[in-house]
Design a protein around this ligand. Structure first.
Ligand code: MN
Length: 338
């Protein structure tokens, strides 16, 4: 096979990848973790890293305090995930924190986290602050799964062996699919598609991933989607707003997690650049998902409300406001971006 031209494996990143590989080879105890409110990339990259550590015979703990959303439960490895309340300290353990754009978002009790030896940060968030004694942060990467894939395949190349088994390939594929919107988003690069091809050739169960993530919607989901889209609002022809209230969730008997797939509808309208999905998780706790098509930087809007994320996909939380108040605040700020 011809040498793959892979932007994400430039010398600058290879230095960090090799530091991580050396560190893992020379140390024995690791904690693998990720961000709060787990998504496909969070779970996929964590389980793949666990698989890598397992293949190298390392002692590791998979620690994540938040439960998986139901659509990703098919990835669950029974009994593997531990939560902070079951551990008294992490002395001697090095934490590998993946896909977490800030220290605060790491989904482990912070008093417990502070007892660890240190943190290795592997991430692709634009808003990543400064944590970790080794940092492999590539904000152009499709997903953290792509970074973990780069680490494992680099190890394979150095050691002339193959470590990615069918399960690991499936975990990595799930994260790649979810973070690229099933290869639709602008973060889909040649390297992402090469990675997908390689994972499928190594047995990634791609049909299982697609069916579980995209083809298991309940009838109640379609009914709430119908009501939500019916009431959708277009502002200045460029901003689309959709709202799901707590009352609507209760009416349809749905969980907050179930309505996530509504988000892209707000962006995918002809002429709309910015999609805003407002979700009243609880009264006084309003979650806002932001998506842009081609030129608005969503993080600029999210950061006004102490949120963050990626240029094309960000989020924030507005507290102690009604849905109407939150809507007005967001629209005021959103208009300033144009
Ligand atoms: Mn991610």
């Amino acid at each position: 096979m011809a040498k793959i031209i892979n932007r994400s494996l430039s010398d600058e990143f290879l230095v960090e990848i090799d530091k991580i590989i050396d560190y893992i080879i020379n140390n024995d105890k690791f904690v693998v973790t990720s961000h709060v409110n787990p998504d496909g990339d969070n779970i996929g990259s964590s389980l793949a890293m666990c698989g890598f550590l397992e293949a190298l015979g390392k002692d590791y703990i998979y620690l994540l305090d938040d439960a998986y959303p139901s659509s990703l439960n098919f990835l669950n490895r029974e009994g593997l995930r531990k939560t902070s309340d079951h551990l008294s300290n992490l002395e001697g353990y090095t934490v590998i924190a993946q896909d977490s754009g800030s220290y605060e978002r790491i989904c482990v009790d912070k008093d417990l986290l502070d007892t660890a030896k240190g943190i290795i940060c592997i991430d692709h968030h634009h808003t990543n602050g400064d944590y970790g004694f080794i940092k492999y942060i590539d904000t152009q990467a499709s997903s953290t799964c792509e970074l973990v894939y780069n680490i494992i395949t680099r190890y394979e190349e150095i050691n002339s062996n193959k470590l990615i088994n069918q399960d690991m390939a499936t975990y990595l594929y799930a994260g790649l699919v979810t973070d690229t919107g099933n290869f639709q988003y602008s973060n889909t690069e040649p390297s992402s598609l090469m990675m997908a091809a390689d994972l499928i050739s190594r047995g990634a169960r791609k049909q299982e991933v697609i069916e579980n993530i995209y083809q298991k919607n309940s009838p109640a989901y379609y009914r709430i989607l119908g009501e939500c889209l019916n009431k959708m609002e277009i502002v200045d022809k460029k901003i689309c707003l959709a709202i799901v209230t707590r009352h609507m969730l209760d009416k349809y008997g749905l969980n907050y997690d179930d309505i996530d797939p509504i988000t892209p509808y707000t962006r995918d309208i002809d002429g709309v650049e910015l999609g805003i999905f407002i979700k009243e998780k609880e009264v006084g706790e309003i979650k806002v998902s932001l998506r842009s098509k081609s030129y608005i930087d969503c993080t600029r809007l999210a950061e006004v409300f102490d949120g963050g994320g990626h240029i094309r996909a960000s989020g924030c939380t507005i507290r102690d406001k009604s849905v109407e108040e939150a809507r007005d605040m967001i629209v005021d700020q959103a208009r300033k971006l144009f």
